[in-house]
Design a protein around this ligand. Structure first.
Ligand code: ADP
Ligand code: MG
Length: 222
């Protein structure tokens, strides 16, 4: 399997007043093309920090992250912003939809600049149909249930057809039945399009849906 993402010896700490909290203490990992990888770990173990570092959102203190052999923190910051827009998608626990926009506009937004409005809106509608929300076009996020809002967020994350999708506890705010439905759509889309996926969860059942699993403990992956 070709490698899509390679991280080596990542370290990241937070300074809180005069104390320093070391969160990542030398994390290395590889993600294969088309692979689905789960990362488990207790609350506060650094899973979100790691995902942000891997996705180009947060520069580590030391270590490298390479996307198809190219160091993402070696890029200029506009180049890295473009990398994030074109190559990766993020799904967060708390949906992060914009309340003043309807769901088509929310999904289309990341592609407005890259594709132009008409094409972006057409693709947004297709993606919403694929997550089972074709009948809800024109609704605003607050008119939808939590599970439906997360399906909108998944459609948005896939808007620019990313090669690599990051999901940070995507069902963490949902009851298990609703979460199951969200995962159904997520895995269906990821597997049919052969996206690579890095999924953070603290549920064993969710992790079991991925082809491989790692555990973040005491600042390193095991
Ligand atoms: P997880 O996602 O596994 O729950 P996080 O990566 O969110 O863990 O956080 C790891 C640790 O770093 C936690 O102890 C958290 O309180 C701390 N932390 C996270 N972000 C910050 C920040 N911006 N400033 C200070 N401490 C932080
Ligand atoms: Mg987290």
């Amino acid at each position: 399997m070709e490698t899509i993402l390679q991280a080596e010896n990542l370290r990241r700490s937070y300074a809180i007043g005069k104390t320093v909290l070391d969160v990542l203490k030398g994390v290395s990992l590889e993600v294969g093309e088309g692979e689905t990888l789960s990362i488990m770990g207790e609350s506060g173990s650094g899973k979100s920090t790691l995902l942000h570092v891997l996705g180009g959102l947060d520069q580590p203190k030391t270590g490298t992250v390479a996307f198809r052999g190219r160091s993402i923190y070696g890029m200029s910051s506009p180049r890295r912003a473009r990398f994030r827009a074109e190559k990766v998608g993020f799904v967060f626990q708390a949906f992060h939809l914009l309340p003043e926009l309807d769901i088509v506009e929310n999904v289309a937004l990341p592609a407005m600049a890259l594709r132009g409005g008409r094409e972006a809106v057409a693709r947004a509608k297709e993606l919403l149909a694929e997550v089972g929300l074709g009948e809800r076009i024109g609704h605003r996020p607050q008119e939808l249930s939590g599970g439906e809002q997360q399906r909108v967020a998944i459609a948005r994350a896939l808007m620019n057809d990313p090669d690599l999708l990051f999901a940070d506890e995507p069902t963490g705010n949902l009851d298990s039945k609703t979460g199951e439905k969200v995962l159904h759509y997520l895995f269906q889309l990821v597997e049919s399009r052969r996206h690579s996926l890095v999924l953070v969860t603290h549920s064993r059942e969710v992790a079991a849906r991925c082809s491989r699993g790692l555990h973040l403990k005491d600042g390193v992956l095991v």
